[in-house]
Ligand binder design. Structure first.
Ligand code: 5GP
Ligand code: ZN
Length: 139
């Protein structure tokens, strides 16, 4: 369940050092080397999963609760006003390391705007067509 060529496998399992906030049986939580904000953390499973679609049920059932704990600790320790969870799947979505990870990004009052987009437009008809299109594959 580990990939010997994967840097996050090595970090998650302690072969390469990283500033660690938490280590448990399934996960290590580290600070990002290129932080979007002060305290930006990454939740890494110890086993290798490429992305969300590859994740097993055990890890996926735990990751959100762990993200909540990390976010709560950031609010207490760093005084951030909130935090974003970001999880990229696929190169087109900005994934650069192909070992599942969840970003926990502290957000500060008056901090820069990030993780945002310009709202587009979509007609009611287009929304219905899209919903039908996706629904067919949601089982
Ligand atoms: P992605 O774009 O794949 O969602 O995010 C990858 C993240 O991993 C980036 O924010 C990048 O700064 C971080 N990163 C890449 N290599 C390392 C590393 O060796 N150590 C740490 N701590 N973070 C890394
Ligand atoms: Zn890996």
């Amino acid at each position: 369940m580990r990939d010997e060529n994967c840097i996050f496998c090595k970090i998650a399992n302690g072969e390469i050092p990283a500033a660690t906030l938490y280590e448990g049986e399934e996960f290590r939580v580290i600070l990002d080397l290129g932080p979007a904000s002060r305290g930006h953390a990454l939740i890494l499973p110890k086993n290798h999963f490429v992305d969300l679609l590859d994740l097993d049920d055990r890890v996926s059932s735990q990751v959100l609760a762990l993200a909540a704990k990390v976010g709560a600790a950031m609010k207490k320790s760093l005084g951030c006003a909130g935090f974003n969870l970001v999880q990229n799947n696929g190169e087109a979505a900005g994934q650069t390391v192909f070992h599942f990870h969840m970003h926990v990004i502290p957000r500060y009052e008056d901090g820069p705007s990030m993780v945002s987009w310009e709202p587009g437009t979509c007609s009611g008809e287009e929304l219905s067509e899209l919903a039908e299109c996706i629904k067919k594959e949601l089982k």
